[in-house]
Design a protein around this ligand. Structure first.
Ligand code: KG4
Ligand code: ZN
Length: 340
């Protein structure tokens, strides 16, 4: 079966074709970063309009790349939430209309489930059960994953997500949007100084996180001062050390707590090289294995949505062809099996 995946929850339009027998056939992503850059963040209405412009050309491109026709599509998976309401509605109405026209089911997918299962698209995928560290712009969660649809939340951030902390701290350091990758690049030019930022909740004994205090600690360092280029790089380095240390230690703790030996890392911050370095080193010492999606599939993409939709279809978890469509801008993953 071939499933078309549509992702439009924020500022990336992703379209992909996944074949349950042959794997990922093609995927394409259009990022709106350049469009939102001038505003220092995502402008929801601009995002929605751009998704409208991009979806049909991206669909045509993936069909051509896969050597497939619309008639070959057996189901259409789309991100139903969480995300920006208008942006989600573009993807869901596109999916519902095409599903209706082709007489195939439209499959609502939870965006975080997409990230969570994206490492299963890799050439050497993990096997269930595993612990997943979900680190995106909106979420930081540790989850026990027993199988497709079986997710137990172990802990999460009580305030800012790790990606959000990267983005806000990048802004404090005068960097552009999106801040995560730019801060990581700046950190590469920095190193240790006498300054030590806090490691929030490192010793809390649970799987909760907190990153907003770290951003405030950086604010205290930059407030009313003009930092040299080297001082900014050193501060970025120390911030990245603090975030990646907490994420690494808590993840290893969670895998041990669940008496498992695999950790899966997903979401945009999973692209961070220092985080990967730390996790690999700690995991090797602890006899654990860490799995990552390929870097192109760490951030938002249609491939992970197509994959989740395919799992639904394989299990017969789909409604009638076409069917109702809806979005849930706020949608806890624990409720994702609930009907929209
Ligand atoms: O998963 P994602 O693409 O979108 C959400 O669902 O939120 O994650 C985006 C987040 C942003 O906060 C971005 O700054 C962060 O991931 N990010 C990074 C890196 N690449 C992306 N953060 C740190 N280092 C990176 N290399
Ligand atoms: Zn995402």
């Amino acid at each position: 079966m071939i499933v078309l995946g549509i992702e439009s929850s924020c500022d990336e339009t992703g379209v992909a074709l996944y074949d349950t027998g042959r794997g990922l056939l093609a995927h394409a992503i259009h990022t709106q970063v350049a469009m939102h850059e001038a505003y220092g963040g995502v402008v929801p209405e601009l995002a929605s309009r751009d998704h409208i412009r991009r979806l049909i050309p991206l669909l045509d491109w993936v069909l051509a790349e896969a050597g497939a026709a619309k008639a070959d599509i057996d189901g259409i998976a789309y991100t139903a939430g969480p995300g920006l309401a208008g942006a989600l509605l573009v993807g869901s109405s596109f999916a519902a209309a095409l599903a209706q026209a082709l007489g195939v089911p439209a499959l609502p997918v939870h965006h975080l489930e997409g990230h969570l299962l994206s490492p299963l698209l890799a050439a050497d995928p993990p096997t269930f059960p595993f612990v997943a560290l979900l680190v995106s712009g909106g979420h930081t969660q540790l989850m026990r994953v027993a199988g497709v649809g079986a997710y137990e939340l172990l802990g999460e951030s009580v305030d800012d997500a790790a990606g959000e902390a990267f983005d806000k701290t990048a802004k404090l350091l005068g960097l552009g949007y999106p801040g995560g990758p730019q801060l990581a690049e700046l950190a590469g030019k920095g190193g240790p100084t006498g300054l030590k930022l806090p490691r929030p909740m490192l010793k809390s004994g649970d799987f909760q996180f907190s990153f907003s205090g770290l951003k405030t600690a950086v604010l205290t360092q930059v407030h009313g001062r003009t930092l040299s280029a080297q001082e900014r790089a050193d501060l970025a380095w120390e911030f990245q050390e603090a975030v990646t240390e907490v994420l690494t230690e808590k993840s290893v703790m969670a895998v041990r707590h669940c008496e498992l030996d695999s950790l899966v890392v997903a979401g945009g911050v999973g692209a961070n090289r220092r985080l990967r370095q730390r996790l690999d080193a700690r995991a090797a010492a602890a006899g654990l294995r860490v799995y990552y999606p390929e870097v192109a599939l760490c951030t938002d993409n249609g491939a992970m949505i197509a994959y989740c939709g395919a799992q639904r279809l394989l299990r017969g978890q789909c409604g009638a062809p076409g069917g109702a469509f809806g979005v849930r801008p706020r949608w806890p993953l624990a409720e994702s099996s609930a009907l929209l």
